[in-house]
Ligand binder design. Structure first.
Ligand code: NAD
Ligand code: IPM
Ligand code: MN
Length: 371
């Protein structure tokens, strides 16, 4: 069995706490001989800034490029509020996404049966929910130039962020969405603001064109204005299958979607690059949530988004989709037994901390592997 290289970047706040639970699951994977792994660790975010004065070092970027999969916890926190903008913890994550060309960010929102009553919405609206947000991750207003604050002669300041999209960027993300829809529910909803943004107009035209010319007409394509989609997401979320949208709308809509599943602590993500000639692609897996400074250090963070991100790595990068399914099943069954971290806890359930939740999932996963 070929050894696969994993790079762990725990980051800040609850990042290291939830990453410890991923290590526990990785230990099971190694002990049971599921995969042969070489596991390395690096620094990102405030942790990297404190150690090296930059939010991610060149050395760790190189390690990330060479890895079969990168797992990242979370970055950021009030401690680094005063550091120069280009060295903020978030800049480390953005550099990794850009330098590894991870243009396709898959953010699945699945409501596990045991959590149908934990959502902010009524049970019948979310029970059985399984949607996939495909967020463009290396373009748009996150990276467009100019991006600056300048002084005006009248003493005021002027801030500029630039939304830029080129045809090829929209084409490749649309293809990812169509391919995914084919193995899911067969429907794609593309979201933009073509009514006010030129980039929205181009987005709409390119997605429509590639749907036809790319041979994806077996997939049903709809277009929605992004604000209306936000409304539909909380009105009737089960009407969606795959949603494809730009970097900023995807960021916002995926946080909204997380509350349909019970908590931001439940949503994993996969960030993928293009496949090379050997069918390999660079990848990074991370929870959708951040470093949660309000609960960091208390041992109460929900580790399930991080563990589910490892499941996505097993599926998309490590060649073990069957093992990924078992890990998802272990999460679902652990929830089915009533274990809940504080963010998803409700009356009658057993409240547990990060370690207890991670241990319970790892134990169940190990049992499922043996079955
Ligand atoms: P956040 O996602 O860190 O937290 C939002 C709320 O959700 C908080 O109340 C938090 O306690 C809760 N929460 C988040 N994850 C949880 C979990 N696993 N278990 C239980 N509760 C959880 O967002 P924020 O507070 O707006 O941002 C905090 C910092 O994180 C900022 O510096 C931000 O830039 C950064 N951030 C990083 C990432 C990332 O690393 N990918 C993502 C989002 C935000
Ligand atoms: C996310 C985060 C990041 C983003 C930040 C931390 C740069 O919110 O991954 O959703 O805005 O993309
Ligand atoms: Mn976000």
């Amino acid at each position: 069995m070929a050894t696969q290289n994993i790079l762990l970047l725990p980051g800040d706040g609850i990042g290291p706490e939830v990453m410890a639970e991923v290590r526990r699951v990785l230990a099971v994977i190694e002990a049971r001989g599921v995969l042969s792994l070489s596991i390395d660790e690096g620094l990102v975010g405030g942790a990297a800034y404190d150690a090296h004065g930059v939010a991610v070092s060149d050395g760790d970027v190189e390690k990330a490029k060479a890895a079969d999969a990168v797992l990242l916890g979370a970055v950021g926190g009030p401690k680094w509020d005063g550091v120069p903008y280009e060295h903020r913890p978030e800049a480390g994550l953005l550099r990794l996404r850009k330098d590894l060309e991870l243009f396709a960010n898959l953010r699945p929102a699945i409501c596990y049966p045991a959590l149908a009553d934990s959502s902010a919405l009524k049970r019948e609206l979310v029970d059985g929910l399984d949607l996939m947000i495909v967020r463009e991750l290396t373009g748009g207003v996150y990276f467009g130039e100019p991006k600056e604050i300048t002084d005006l002669p009248n003493g005021q300041k002027r801030a500029v962020d630039t939304q830029v999209y080129e045809t090829y960027e929209i084409e490749r993300i649309a293809k990812v969405a169509f391919e995914l829809a084919r193995v899911r529910g067969g429907r794609v909803t593309s979201a933009e603001k073509r009514n006010v943004m030129k980039s929205g107009l181009l987005w709409n035209q390119v997605v429509t064109a590639i749907h036809k010319s790319g041979g994806y007409e077996d997939v049903k394509l709809d277009h929605m204005l992004a604000d209306a989609l936000g409304m539909q997401l909380v009105r009737a979320p089960k009407e969606f299958d795959v949603i494809v949208t730009d970097n900023l709308f995807g960021d916002i809509l995926s946080d909204v979607a997380s509350m349909l599943t019970g908590s931001l602590g439940m949503l994993p993500s996969a960030s993928l690059g293009a496949e090379d000639e050997n069918g390999r692609r660079k990848s990074l897996y991370e929870p959708v949530h951040g470093s949660a400074p309000d609960i960091a250090g208390k041992g109460i963070a929900n580790p399930l988004a991080m563990i589910a991100s490892l499941a996505m790595a097993l599926k998309y990068s490590l060649g073990k989709p069957d093992v990924a399914d078992l890990l998802d099943k272990a999460i679902s069954e652990t929830l089915g037994e009533g274990l809940r971290t504080g963010d998803i806890w409700s009356e009658g359930m057993t409240k547990v901390g990060t370690t207890e939740m991670g241990s319970a999932v790892a134990k169940k996963f190990e049992a499922l592997l043996g079955a």
